[in-house]
Each structure stands twice: as C-alpha cells, then as structure tokens.
Design a protein around this ligand. Structure first.
Ligand SMILES: [Zn+2]
Length: 102
C-alpha cells in the first residue's frame, strides 16, 4: 500500500485524523494538519477540507435542494449538480483516505 504524503511539505501522513483533503485546479490533494493549520492563517486557506463534517452537511443540503429543484423544473442539470459533491467526496476517499487506517 502506498504512503499518503502531504502535498506541501512531503511528510508521510499516518492517520486519518492528521489528513485534510482539498480540491484544487490540479486535482484532489492531501495536507498534513500542520500545513493545513498554517494555510488557514493565510488568504490561501479559505478552502474547506473534503473529509470534514462541513462537506457532509453541504452534500446533504445540496441533494435536498437539487431534488426539490428537479421536481419543480424536471431538468437533469439539477441531478448533475446534486452529484458533484458526493462524487468529489468519493474520489477523495478512493484516491487518498482509504490508504490510511482510522
Ligand atoms: Zn505538510
């Protein structure tokens, strides 16, 4: 099994508690907690980690909102928008998180 490395400092991340995944233009990357905390202090750090409770909340709200909009407008665009967050969350798990134990 391949190690999960921090995208910024290159440190090996051993536990899921120490991992923060985020989406950027170049893909989904993992950060160690030290780099994530130092990023939070800069303007660069306004991103919400994919593997956080906030993302699950956004996912649930987006699915409910898109389901209501789909029922009203009958457009597949709402289904595609509703699937965006779950797909990103799934990719984060497949590409990075599943390599680590809890
Ligand atoms: Zn790091």
């Amino acid at each position: 099994m391949r190690d999960v490395l921090c995208h910024e400092c290159g440190k090996t991340i051993a536990e899921r508690d120490d991992l923060y995944t985020y989406l950027s233009m170049s893909g989904i990357h993992g950060l160690c907690s030290d780099c994530y905390m130092s990023n939070q202090k800069t303007l660069n750090g306004v991103r919400t980690p994919i593997n956080s409770q906030a993302t699950v909340f956004v996912m649930i709200v987006a699915i409910i909102a898109c389901a209501l909009l789909f029922m009203k407008y009958r457009s597949l665009v709402w289904i595609i928008i509703a699937l965006f967050t779950p797909v990103i969350r799934f990719l984060s798990w497949v590409l990075i998180e599943r390599k680590l134990k809890y």
